[in-house]
Design a protein around this ligand. Structure first.
Ligand code: ADP
Ligand code: MG
Length: 303
């Protein structure tokens, strides 16, 4: 298990991470979420041993993860890290990049393993292509496959699907997370995309103002968002009578005390997101039909 205790870190004087404590069991998937600049990437780098802590400690089983003050070479055999800015070797092929960490003493195994990983990231037909000619999203997939190659016990992924287009993203996410679960690889993933979290993460941590603002299962945080920032991660929401109400918890009915005037409707596929004015406040609700501008509607809160 990964055990993080009272982790404090700053690059210079200003603290970036304050008193973070959490545990991740073997095979678990933990999502680190937060706004841009909240310290997600910093946390992954610190967990990887790229920096020395100001205070606290990190253990993987009984091994203490230490920074450059104590280690000549950054990183550990059991851990792989895929940075937001992935660094690949541009002048060699996709296949060779993926094989970087695999031993040449077992050519047959190396070949099979590379083929399996190419399949997971859907790059089989690009095996011989030089990395420099790939798109950003394809490079990101190569970086993922390379990190998975040596079967780490723990993998740190920094926004691993951010450069990948929507056509590929859904299937790739399922492939990667399924692969990690099947092999019991512990995964810590930094993201601001709820689709990277819902259905995949066992636990989630929201970083804000240098601390852990929320830490629970995605389901618990969704059902009971303690702060507006937690709710905003999951989607559009309103604050009505000091309560957080998601847009899908407001429905149009015949008559009620909540009378709103429609401002605009946004087409969202299987529903419309409607923006309306409720006593001078903006509210958002979901509707199966488009509702015309300036129409009055009555809303009910479904809880
Ligand atoms: P996130 O990944 O959540 O967007 P980061 O971890 O990249 O956030 O950044 C957190 C904070 O640390 C930001 O204020 C950023 O400017 C600062 N920061 C990041 N890297 C460095 C660095 N190498 N030196 C100094 N400050 C940094
Ligand atoms: Mg980042």
């Amino acid at each position: 298990m990964l055990n993080v205790k009272d982790l404090n870190f700053s690059y210079k004087k200003t603290p970036i991470l304050k008193d973070l404590s959490f545990k991740v069991e073997q095979g678990e998937n933990l999502a680190i979420i937060g706004e841009s600049g909240s310290g997600k990437s910093t946390l992954l780098k610190v967990l990887y041993g790229e920096y020395d802590l100001n205070f606290g400690n990190i253990h993987w089983k009984d091994i203490e993860v230490l920074g450059p003050k104590h280690n000549l070479v950054v990183g550990y055999q059991f851990m792989k890290y895929v940075a937001q800015e992935f660094d690949l070797m541009p002048f060699i092929s996709v296949e060779e990049n993926i094989g970087t960490f695999l031993s040449n003493f077992f050519p047959k195994e190396k070949k099979e393993r590379t083929a399996e990983l190419l399949d997971i990231v859907e790059l089989t037909s690009f095996a011989q292509t030089k990395v420099k000619t790939l798109s950003g999203g394809q490079k990101q997939r190569v970086a993922l496959a390379r990190a998975l190659a040596k079967q780490p016990e723990i993998i740190l992924l920094d926004e691993p699907f951010s450069h990948i287009d929507n056509f590929k993203k859904q299937a790739l996410r399922r492939n990667v997370f399924k692969y990690l679960k099947e092999r019991n690889v512990t995964c810590i993933l930094a993201t601001h995309d709820k689709d990277d979290v819902l259905g995949f993460a066992d636990q989630m941590i929201l970083l804000n103002n240098n601390i852990i603002e929320a830490y629970d299962t995605p389901e618990a945080l969704y059902k009971n968002p303690k702060t507006p920032l937690v709710a905003s991660f999951f989607g559009e929401f309103n604050i009505i009578n000091d309560k957080i109400i998601y847009a899908n918890q407001l429905k149009v009915i015949e008559i009620s005390e909540l009378k709103a005037t429609v401002i605009t409707s946004y087409f969202k596929g299987n529903y419309y997101l409607v923006e309306a004015d409720l006593d001078g406040e903006r509210v958002f609700f979901e509707s199966t039909n488009q509702i015309k501008e300036s129409r009055a509607v009555f809303l009910e809160i479904l809880l």
